[in-house]
Design a protein around this ligand. Structure first.
Ligand code: NAP
Ligand code: MG
Length: 479
């Protein structure tokens, strides 16, 4: 069995003040690893190490930072099997998802390496004889808090771009996926990252998370997770005037108009709803379909869901692996029951064995049901009937979330107009709600969060502007 330690100031350390936690394997509920958890003392050491490394790291040449990130990417590529094993083992990522995530992580390292030389400022000449220089400078210590569902990618989107911009970092991975954090540490260590620039402190949200947010040495908190925890973090960080980015929950809608090919729509919707068992913030959990093709779509999506193969994360042909834990299945059961009591139709699914939940399609969902508004974070999607495109838009926007969305139509004029009126940070025309890459502006509006992640947009978040003037000609003063 694996034993995973804390990574602080360039050293792998055993816990002193924390506990040793058994990391669960969701596929069979065996113990995947024993993990040293951080307590107050380790968080203190990690913050101090990051703080002390700050000056050195921000003065390290961009080309050196670039080289380290590229070497970390190479290590991950050379060890992709180990990376995927961790994802299958501790997060229940089916093989296809595990390798997809590992490949994406390698790409993030390389995209971040590419940003190192592109942290540019601006020069302005607004007044004669005066030059303004706008520097884009690193913030100092960034604390990152990551979720369990894409544990390497969602942590790395913070870590890689923050250190590319010259910040140092302390990462708290989700308690369910601490080894994924250790993989990032191993890659950076192999890349030759100097001690203290990256530190890993697995531990509970309440103790480790709180200390990271509230400590004076932390300049910014970069968080991905649920809207409730995101709100808590904002409430703690705002009075301390800290910067934060919050990538939060979603109830991502797909609008399907009647001119679009139904078979293609089923494939797009099915992938968007069921990839990684629906445990993705941008999962397509509300499908709003124009009346004329509603019945045909419901039937075909049901047939698609019935064909998906449920199984252990390790099996070659598994489409639907286990949910992270059984508590999530109980939550989904209740949500489905609430919808059925209020008149929804269960087309398929609605049951689970242990933490394996069947892909589920609910039809005739309306906005008096909990499932219309609340995340399921499981393989459950709701189909909703709309009389026309305008009504579909109204249903789409009737939600507190605004993360991803999709719009399926061949009418490009309508697509352009509707996409601008859909209340979401991201709209995919004729694509799936689940879509991401290393350089785009990923993020949401409304209760889905604050800030954007990816490429230059991450660099923007992880830097602070400083205005410096130079008076190069004598100038008049008023008195
Ligand atoms: P979560 O329960 O909010 O946990 C996320 C992280 O926050 C974990 O590391 C957790 O630690 C930590 N945490 C919990 N309470 C905390 C506190 N009081 N202070 C500081 N940190 C705290 O979310 P999750 O269940 O891991 O992930 C699922 C959620 O994330 C869904 O809502 C999903 O939509 C959202 N998500 C959003 C995006 C996006 O990009 N917008 C992407 C993926 C997921 P512990 O594990 O120790 O509790
Ligand atoms: Mg686990």
């Amino acid at each position: 069995m694996k034993e995973v330690k804390l990574y602080i100031n360039g050293q792998w350390k055993e816990t002193v003040s924390g506990e040793i936690k058994e990391d669960n394997n969701p596929s069979d509920n065996s113990v995947y690893a024993k993990v040293h958890m951080a307590g107050e003392q380790e968080v203190e050491e990690a913050l101090q190490a990051a703080y002390e490394a700050s000056e050195m790291w921000k003065n390290t040449p961009a080309t050196t930072r670039e080289k380290i990130l590229l070497k970390a990417a190479d290590w991950m590529e050379d060890n992709i099997q180990e990376v995927a094993d961790v994802l299958m083992g501790e997060s229940g990522s089916a093989r296809k998802k595990a390798f997809f995530e590992a490949g994406f992580a390698i790409d993030i390292f390389r995209a971040a390496a590419g940003e190192c030389r592109r942290v540019f400022g601006e020069v302005q000449h607004q007044n004669p004889g005066e030059m303004s220089i706008i520097h884009h400078l690193p913030l100092g210590v960034v604390a990152g808090i990551a979720p369990f569902n894409f544990p390497i990618v969602l942590a790395l989107k913070k870590v890689a771009f923050a250190i590319a911009a010259g910040n140092t970092f302390v990462l708290k991975p989700a308690s369910a996926t601490p080894v994924s954090g250790a993989i990032i540490a191993k890659a950076l260590e192999a890349g030759g990252l100097p001690a203290g620039v990256f530190n890993l402190v697995p531990g509970s949200g309440s103790t480790v998370g709180n200390k990271l947010i509230e400590d004076k040495r932390t300049a910014m908190v970069a968080f991905t997770g649920s809207t409730g925890v995101g709100r808590d973090i904002a409430e703690k960080a705002a009075p301390l005037f800290k910067k934060y980015t919050l990538e939060l929950g979603g109830k991502s809608p797909m609008i399907l108009l009647k001119d679009f090919d139904v078979d293609q729509a089923v494939k797009i919707a099915g992938f968007g709803a069921f990839f990684h068992q629906g445990q993705i913030c941008m999962c397509n959990s509300r499908i709003i379909v124009e009346e004329a093709i509603y019945d045909e779509f419901c039937e075909k999506l049901t047939a698609y869901a019935k064909k998906l193969k449920i199984g252990s994360a390790y099996e070659e042909d598994t489409d639907i692996g286990p949910l992270i834990d059984i508590k999530q299945c109980d939550f989904i059961d209740k949500q489905i029951q609430n919808a059925l009591d209020k008149g929804a139709r269960l087309m398929t699914g609605g049951k689970h064995e242990g933490n394996y939940y069947e892909p589920t399609v609910l039809a005739d969902v309306t906005n008096d049901m909990d499932i219309f508004f609340d995340e399921s974070f499981g393989p459950v999607t709701s189909v909703i009937k709309a009389k026309d495109a305008e009504e579909a838009l109204k249903i789409c926007n009737d939600n507190k979330y605004g993360l991803s969305s999709a719009l399926l139509t061949n009418d490009i004029s309508k697509a352009m107009e509707l996409s601008l009126r859909m209340e979401a940070g991201m709209v995919h025309i004729n694509g799936a709600t689940v879509n991401d890459n290393s350089t785009v502006a990923f993020g949401g509006v409304k209760d889905s969060g604050v800030g954007r992640e990816g490429g230059q947009y991450s660099i923007e978040e992880f830097t602070e502007k400083k205005w410096i003037t130079v008076q190069y000609k004598p100038f008049e003063l008023p008195f």
